[in-house]
Design a protein. Structure first.
Length: 223
């Protein structure tokens, strides 16, 4: 095995991305349950209020646990992979900054006015740092693929990177539009549509990245 550290690191990065995907899906569930809670409150449905509140806290707690474990695994994986490929060192820095921005954003979630825009800015910043981390990670994997003589994996990495950048750009735009269109009932519905679109796009991005990580892990084991 030419790159034993990278092989171990990629395995951990793959596991961390699965945990991040689960955490992201749970966060989408939190958004839906929060909407159910508000609707139940409007009609004074105590059963709906209790169930949605309980579900919200449950999903939120589980999401935080998955995200925390995923963050630790991801950073450890990057550290291991960086021993064989320097590109992962830059991914470490971006991941750490994305974690810091994500923690800061939680303090301003569901706020309005200037604080609401601060949350939007921090959320957008998290996406930018995650995009950079994904870029440096995939770039590192492309370099390793070239070292292994796998030009097919180099090309796949390039194509997936282009798709991920496009998806992140659309998701970034959706994040801004979601904040802009929260002024009345119609715009709130439109904002919810944008939110669902953003969730779908990011889930697609996760699957694309996971697929490439899995293939890269197999390649490194055979190297």
């Amino acid at each position: 095995m030419k790159f034993p550290h990278a092989a171990k690191g990629v395995k951990k990065i793959y596991a961390s991305e699965i945990l991040f995907l689960i955490a992201y899906i749970l966060s989408g569930g939190v958004t839906i349950l929060a909407s159910v809670f508000m609707a139940s409150t409007a009609v004074n449905n105590e059963g709906g209020m209790f169930a949605s509140a309980f579900g919200t806290f449950g999903f939120l707690g589980a999401g935080m646990v998955f995200s925390l474990i995923g963050s630790i695994l991801c950073v450890v994986g990057y550290f291991q992979a960086a021993k064989d490929e320097n590109g992962f060192k830059r991914a470490i820095i971006c991941t750490v900054f994305s974690i810091i921005a994500a923690i800061a954003a939680t303090f301003f979630q569901n706020q309005t006015g200037a604080l609401g825009w601060l949350y939007t800015a921090l959320t957008a910043l998290v996406q930018i740092f995650k995009l950079c981390a994904s870029y440096f990670s995939i770039d590192g994997l492309r370099n390793l693929s070239a070292e292994c003589g796998r030009q097919d994996m180099v090309r796949k990495g390039t194509n997936i990177l282009r798709l991920i950048v496009t998806i992140y750009m659309i998701s970034f735009l959706v994040t801004i539009l979601t904040r802009v269109f929260k002024e009345n009932t119609f715009n709130t519905v439109l904002a919810n549509v944008f939110s669902v679109l953003s969730i779908v796009l990011i889930v697609i991005q996760y699957f694309l990245y996971l697929r490439y990580l899995r293939k890269s892990g197999k390649m490194l084991k055979k190297s």
